[in-house]
Design a protein around this ligand. Structure first.
Ligand code: CS2
Ligand code: MG
Length: 414
């Protein structure tokens, strides 16, 4: 069964997506997500210029060999662009293999280890009343775990806080407050950051949320890479009374050993990995038990083949999955995460920021969300399609993630 076509599909139904479609000579088609927010065209070019021509005529069944061929064969290994491109090929080949087997993909990954995946949703508010509204909105939609992001007094815009300005109406008629970090435009918008203001404010917010919604609701918070290790240790400690499910990306983790200082001072569970794209990015974090949840997405860490390997490694240290699932991971990438999450033994939680109706029109995913749980489609393969007509009706639009500067103008982590 040879690969006969490899199409790189770029579309923008509300936000940009890059999708790879592989088709075999006997008509089986597979999809892979290659969306790298704010750098979409780089991956599209890597795929169309350097990967697609190499795939034509290859045996579509050789998933592992193709992975190694694209990883070792590239010579220039790792990195977000390369690993997103490999991820798309890998996912598409798994989609094809499951369709040939006439089984939903999770069955090829060892079958179901659970009846559904607990997910968390994104609640946010510029102030407490806004935030409480947003949490109630998510609880009403059935979410059983909530990520809490808040505005910070004195700062104009902060990561993760949706403004009612971009409220929309969801498929169920519910009001949606979507925080889409990438902003349309030729260059990134610049945000201003003040760590001390943030550290003073966040504990009071989590205290108020616990006061309002009680001790049981799993609460998560994303620091989004903005603190030094000692600031992260301080925050983790100050939030211990509020029993977080996890504190995410507390400090940039290129230097994995930075987490030793954080671990030394707090028992708040730590989640890291959404910007990681290979197993090597986790070695110290796993082997020194420095985190509790690994966050890589299928679309960014080399596909199902590579992410399953990462979770097998994590399982040795009782570290669980917490797969990245914002709207810039397409329904193809999310479906792949759901199938993988259904099968692995060390599933923790899945991020689920709901895609817009326009995105669903393009991909028509058949996974289901009910009672706070995601369940994989029972259709053969991933259970996601791609509507070419809708895709062509929404051409790419330049959009970038913001950049961040401190009050004195110093570049900082966004
Ligand atoms: C975030 C993302 O969902 C998350 O945990 O960190 O929203 C992230 O900012 C975007 O995916 C970047 O593209
Ligand atoms: Mg995050």
């Amino acid at each position: 069964m040879q690969i006969s076509t490899a199409e790189v599909l770029v579309s923008s139904p509300g936000r940009n997506f890059v999708t790879l479609r592989l088709t075999t000579d006997d008509g089986f088609a597979g999809l892979g997500d290659a969306t790298l927010n704010g750098r979409e065209l780089a991956v599209a070019a890597y795929l169309s210029e350097h990967v697609a021509p190499l795939l034509i005529g290859r045996d579509a069944h050789l998933i592992e060999d193709t992975w190694q061929y694209l990883y070792r064969g590239a010579y220039w290994r790792r990195g977000p662009v390369t690993m997103a491109a490999i991820a798309a090929v890998d996912t598409a080949l798994w989609d094809i293999k499951a369709k040939v087997a006439d089984l939903p993909l999770y069955q090829l990954l060892g079958g179901a280890s659970r009846s559904g995946l607990l997910v968390y949703g994104h609640a946010s508010g510029k102030d407490l009343p806004d935030l409480f509204d947003s949490i109630r909105e998510h609880l009403a939609q059935g979410y059983r775990a909530i990520r809490v992001q808040t505005g910070v007094p004195g700062l104009h815009s902060v990561y993760g806080v949706a403004s009612s300005a971009n409220a929309s109406v969801g498929e169920g008629g519910e009001r949606r407050y979507d925080y889409e970090p990438a902003r349309a435009g030729a260059i990134p918008v610049e945000e201003t950051w003040d760590t001390r203001a943030y550290l003073r404010h966040v504990p009071a917010v989590l205290e108020a949320v616990r006061g309002e919604f009680g001790p049981q609701l799993p609460l998560l918070h994303d620091v989004h890479h903005r603190l030094t290790p000692i600031q992260a240790a301080k925050l983790g400690k100050s939030l211990e009374p509020y029993d977080l499910f996890w504190l995410e990306d507390v400090t940039p983790a290129e230097n994995q050993s930075a987490l030793r200082l954080v671990r030394q001072h707090t028992t708040t569970p730590l989640a890291i990995g959404e910007v990681f794209n290979t197993i090597w990015d986790y070695r110290e974090l796993f082997e020194e038990q420095l985190i509790d949840y690994a966050r890589s997405a299928v679309s960014h860490a080399g596909g199902i083949t590579a992410l399953r390997r990462i979770f097998d490694y994590a399982a040795i240290y009782q570290i669980k999955s917490g797969v990245h699932g914002p709207t810039d991971v397409s329904p193809v990438g999310l479906a792949a995460a759901i199938h993988l999450g259904t099968a692995i033994p060390n599933f923790g939680i899945q991020e689920y920021m709901r895609h817009s109706p326009a995105t669903h029109e393009l991909f028509r995913p058949s996974y289901t969300f009910a009672d706070g749980m995601l369940a994989p489609s029972e259709a053969p393969g991933l259970g996601v399609d791609y509507d070419d007509a809708v895709g062509q009706a929404h051409p790419y639009r330049a959009a970038y993630l913001p950049v961040n500067r401190l009050l004195d103008g110093t570049m900082h982590d966004w």
